[in-house]
Structures are given as structure tokens and as C-alpha cells.
Write a protein that binds this ligand. Structure first.
Ligand code: FAD
Length: 529
């Protein structure tokens, strides 16, 4: 596609960001042959790219050319060296991630509804999880509405091949965390199991792009997918009483031209929880004072844009393994453990089990690491610390300032410290004694709460779930830039559909929920209420 010639093209819908939600939005909208849809993605196509499609290679992608790779602002209580991986490739983070597949707990979605997000409760939203998936396993254990049988995304359970993983599950049983089925519609408070993943039996991803786009990209004449085009800003007609979104200004792949494409009906921003608020702010929609401070004219004073950044902070306990660890794996992180505190309705603590060293934040502090290790990573599922995404400058090429403000809330520190202790308790159970060698990190020196948190604050990572930065909410909430049908307040013709619209981050891994958000956005557009 050569460059200035593409300028001035018109479509009914323009979806900006060909990621997890954007792929679903574009695929569903273009089911109607009467409308034309353009999907624009800054990164390259994933079609035929083994580095992306082979799920077991996901860790190679961190800090690679496929990663926007965002640094974070200096943290008072957290790890200032931490990087936020965000995929820059068709399929977005669903092309980059470890494909752990969860339906959100019913309680999370019902809580969204209770916050004024009408229509987002579990009963209505679960219909869209069903619609998006073909569940290969576990359907017989699910409660109504049951698992999906003919959706584009293949979800299957990981086979129990890893012997260390089998011993781990036995150890979990021994400490009161029994093997419990996932994705049944019943919330797992305390229990463990092999994950379900959105992947095909041959080990390739069933990412948003592979599932929604690959089968239709060449066939559907009313859908165009442009890769390598980066949105600089949204365009508007400001002549009426309210601004109306008219499309997007794009930098061409050769970086030589800025072109404009028109959305006759709507523009949908699906650029994710970091680049989405950035694009809105570059387009004059954001906190007025901040926009003025970087020289951007205010179109809509939307104080909630870039606020409310939520994430799942993740700690690490790593051991030398006494026996050889597997040399092949579905994605190296095959088991999940929930260890909710007494009296909760959703678990406040989750672990991933890695059959690999995960020392990307250890070496700079001199912690030992080696090739034959395994680890448990406690994460705070309902972290109370919230952060911000802000512009550094008005140049679309500059990385935004991402400040998660990790562990600024005491709750998060307490849960994480408990997480390290629970990980040690699991490791001390009889079933793991043939596997557990020296604890490399945090190691014997970290015993008191202060010592454990000192280790955590230096070395913690993230489960890579930044969300909630353009949250939806009722009209009465001035911090909610979008309404429950995902329309941006203060302008016409513009919606947001991606992980940024969650009012609160769900307890579990959010990729499948983000696809559900894409499904719902297309449904709101096609079936206006
Ligand atoms: C390393 C990693 C591992 C993870 N593991 C899991 C997991 O196992 N399970 C799980 O449930 N979740 C996981 N997650 C989280 C999950 O993948 C994300 O929360 C989710 O995919 C985000 O979807 P999204 O649509 O909001 O954004 P994205 O999928 O990031 O899509 C945004 C898209 O917009 C594009 N874009 C951005 N700016 C522009 C612009 N200016 N112009 C054009 N295009 C632009 C991006 O390149 C990207 O393709 C992981 C995430 C990462 C990074």
C-alpha cells in the first residue's frame, strides 16, 4: 500500500489498534457486508510469523522489536527498573502473552454493574464469553450458560505432563489448596490446577488476530487491515455544538507521510490501556490542566483519561530444582493457584507456577539464578494502588509517562508478603521435597515482613495487566470518560473498546475479558439499545 495515495480514504468504521479487543471489534462489525471497516495497527502483521504464532516462544518477545516496552516512572515503594511489555503487532498483547484463559469471576462483573455500568453484569456478559470461544475441555463441568462451542477462539486445558507441576499440585492439596476446575462459572477462592489457554492443540496461539482476523482477512472485501500505520491523533469536526470524531491521522509505515482516513459513522479506539489514553490526550481529550501543560488544545476536559491505572503486581520466589526441569512446555507457566483469605468472595492472592528461571529483576541485586529452577509468583489480584498515564510531550512518538504507584496502598504490601509466605509453605509440603532445592530468591535472609517487602519492592514484576485508564461508568461519575456503551463523553462518533474501559481490574488474567469487551462494543454498535 503506497503512501499518500491512501490519504482521504473513507470507511464506515475505523478501528484504531489491531490488538486484542480491536481485532474482535473489526471482525464482528465487518460481518455486515453493507458496512466498510478499516482496522489500523502500528505493528507488523503476525500472519505466518512463527515468533508470534508459536505460543511457547512468548518470553522471547519481551523487550523485542514487537514490544512497545514502556519504562515506568521512579517508584517510591516499587521496582523502578520494571518495564511494561505492550505488544506492537497484529493481535496486540494476545499475540505476545502466555495465553492463560479465564472468564472473569461473576462477582467482578456484577460489581461493574453495581458501579453503574448497566448491562455489564455476569448474566449479560457471560453470553459474550460463550460467543467468542470454542472450549475443547471442561464444558461438562460448567454451570449455565455453559461453555462456548462454536466461537472463533479455541480454549483448552494444558495436559498434566510436567512432573514438577504434578508434584506441585499434590503439595497444594497438602496445604489446603485442592485441585479445582477452572472456568466453570464457580469462582475459585482456594484451589489450583493446570491452566486453560487460548491455544490450538498444535501449540499455536488462538490469539485475537489468529482467531478473528486470519480466517477473514483475505476474503472479506468490506474489511481492510493496515499494518505499520501509527495513529498520531484522532480527527474531529469541531463546527457543531459538540465535536464529532471524523477519523484518524496516521503516520505511514515509511514514516514519510501523515495521511488522514475518514470514519463516516464511528471511530473506535482500541489501542490498549497505555496507548489508548495517550491517543485521546494527543487528540485533546483528557485532563485540561495536563493537556495545557504540554501545549495541547483542550477539546474535552476529561479528568478520568489516564487516571485509575490498575495492575496485578507480581512477586517471585525461585528455587533450584533437584531434578531436571522440562525442556518443552506449552508456555512455561502452566499452573495457577488461588489462595484467597478467609471470608472473601473473590481470591485476593493468585500464583503462577513457572518451570523456568524468571530472573529478569534479580540479577542486578546479586540474587543467584541458574538454568534448572522453578518459581511461584504471588500476585495481588485486587491491588488498591492506582496510578496514571500522562503525556511527556505532545509528540506522538514520545513514550508516555506510566506511573503505576505500586504498593502505595498498604493492602497490596500485606497481600504480597503473605504471598511469599504461602509460596514457601507450598514448597515445604512433603510432595515437593524431591524437587525443592535452595531458595535462590528471596533466600534465607528474608524472614521478617520488612525483609520480605524490601526484597519485593526492589525486584517485583507485573503480570502485565495494566487496565482501567479510560474507565466506563455512569453519567454521575466525572472520572468515567466513557459511558456503559463505551461512547466517549463530550464528543460524538467515538468509542473506546479495550482493557482501559474496565472500571476495576478483574481478579484473573484479563485477555479473554478484553476480547469480550471487543465483542460487546461491536454488539452495541450493531444493535443499538
Ligand atoms: C507479556 C504479557 C503476558 C500476558 N499474559 C497474559 C495471559 O497469559 N493471559 C491473559 O489473560 N492476559 C495476559 N496478558 C494481558 C493481556 O494480554 C492484555 O491485558 C490484553 O491483551 C490487552 O488487550 P487490549 O486490547 O487492551 O490491548 P492490546 O492487545 O495491547 O492492543 C492494542 C493494540 O493497539 C496498537 N496500537 C497502540 N498504539 C497505536 C497507535 N498509535 N496506532 C496504531 N496502533 C496502535 C498496539 O500495537 C496493539 O496492537 C499479558 C500481557 C503481556 C504484555
Amino acid at each position: 500500500m503506497s503512501s499518500p495515495q491512501t490519504s482521504g480514504r473513507e470507511f464506515d468504521y475505523v478501528v484504531v489498534g489491531g490488538g486484542t479487543a480491536g481485532s474482535a471489534v473489526a471482525a464482528r462489525l465487518s460481518e455486515d457486508p453493507e458496512v466498510s471497516v478499516l482496522l489500523v495497527e502500528a505493528g507488523p502483521s503476525d500472519v505466518g510469523d512463527p515468533a508470534i504464532l508459536n505460543l511457547w516462544r512468548w518470553m522471547e518477545l519481551l523487550e523485542s522489536g514487537y514490544d512497545w516496552d514502556y519504562p515506568i516512572e521512579p517508584q517510591e515503594f516499587g521496582n523502578s527498573y520494571m518495564r511494561h511489555a505492550r505488544a506492537k503487532v497484529l493481535g496486540g498483547c494476545s499475540s505476545h502473552n502466555s495465553a492463560i484463559a479465564f472468564w472473569a469471576p461473576r462477582e467482578n462483573l456484577d460489581d461493574w454493574e453495581a458501579q453503574g455500568c448497566t448491562g455489564w453484569g455476569a448474566d449479560e456478559s457471560y453470553a459474550f464469553y460463550r460467543k467468542l470461544e470454542t472450549a475443547l475441555d471442561g464444558a461438562d463441568q460448567a454451570e449455565p450458560p455453559g461453555r462456548g462451542t462454536d466461537g472463533p477462539v479455541t480454549i483448552r486445558s494444558i495436559a498434566p505432563k510436567d512432573p514438577c507441576g504434578r508434584a506441585l499440585l499434590e503439595a497444594c492439596e497438602q496445604v489446603g489448596l485442592p485441585v479445582t476446575p477452572f472456568n466453570t462459572g464457580r469462582t475459585v477462592l482456594r484451589g489450583a490446577n493446570w491452566f486453560q489457554v487460548n491455544a490450538n492443540p498444535d501449540g499455536t496461539r488462538s490469539s485475537a488476530s489468529a482467531a478473528y482476523l486470519h480466517p477473514i482477512m483475505a476474503q472479506r472485501k468490506n474489511l481492510e487491515v493496515w499494518t505499520g500505520y501509527r495513529a498520531e491523533r484522532l480527527t474531529f469536526d469541531d463546527s457543531g455544538p459538540r465535536p464529532r470524531a471524523t477519523g484518524v491521522a496516521l503516520r505511514t509505515p515509511d514514516t514519510r507521510w501523515t495521511i488522514e482516513v475518514t470514519a463516516r459513522r464511528e471511530t473506535i479506539v482500541s489501542a490498549g490501556a497505555i496507548d489508548g489514553p495517550k491517543l485521546l490526550m494527543l487528540s485533546g481529550i483528557g485532563p485540561a490542566e495536563h493537556l495545557r501543560s504540554v501545549g495541547i488544545e483542550v477539546r474535552v476536559d476529561a479528568p478520568g483519561v489516564g487516571e485509575n491505572l490498575q495492575d496485578h503486581p507480581e512477586g517471585l520466589v525461585q528455587w533450584e530444582a533437584l531434578q531436571p526441569m522440562p525442556t518443552e512446555s506449552v508456555q512455561w507457566w502452566e499452573i495457577g493457584i488461588f489462595a484467597g483469605a478467609e471470608g472473601r468472595t473473590t481470591p485476593d492472592l493468585m500464583f503462577h507456577y513457572g518451570s523456568v528461571p524468571f530472573d529478569l529483576n534479580l540479577i542486578r541485586y546479586g540474587y543467584p539464578s541458574s538454568d534448572n529452577t522453578f518459581c511461584l509468583t504471588p500476585n495481588v489480584t485486587g491491588a488498591q494502588s492506582t496510578g496514571t498515564v500522562r503525556l511527556r510531550t505532545r509528540d506522538f512518538r514520545d513514550k508516555p509517562a506510566v506511573d503505576p504507584r505500586y504498593f502505595t496502598h498498604e493492602h497490596d504490601r500485606e497481600v504480597m508478603i503473605r504471598g511469599v509466605r504461602v509460596a514457601r509453605e507450598i514448597a515445604a509440603a512433603p510432595a515437593l521435597q524431591d524437587w525443592v532445592g535452595k531458595e535462590q530468591a528471596p533466600g534465607d535472609a528474608a524472614q521478617t515482613d520488612e525483609e520480605i517487602f524490601d526484597y519485593i519492592s526492589k525486584t517485583h514484576n507485573t503480570v502485565y495487566h495494566p487496565s482501567c485508564t479510560v474507565k466506563m461508568g455512569p453519567d454521575s461519575d466525572p472520572m468515567a470518560p466513557v459511558d456503559p456503551q463505551l461512547r466517549v463523553r463530550g464528543v460524538d462518533g467515538l468509542r473506546v473498546a479495550d482493557g482501559s474501559i474496565m472500571p476495576d481490574l478483574i481478579t484473573v488474567n484479563p485477555c479473554i475479558t478484553t476480547m469480550m469487551i471487543g465483542e460487546r462494543c461491536a454488539d452495541f454498535i450493531r444493535n443499538p439499545r
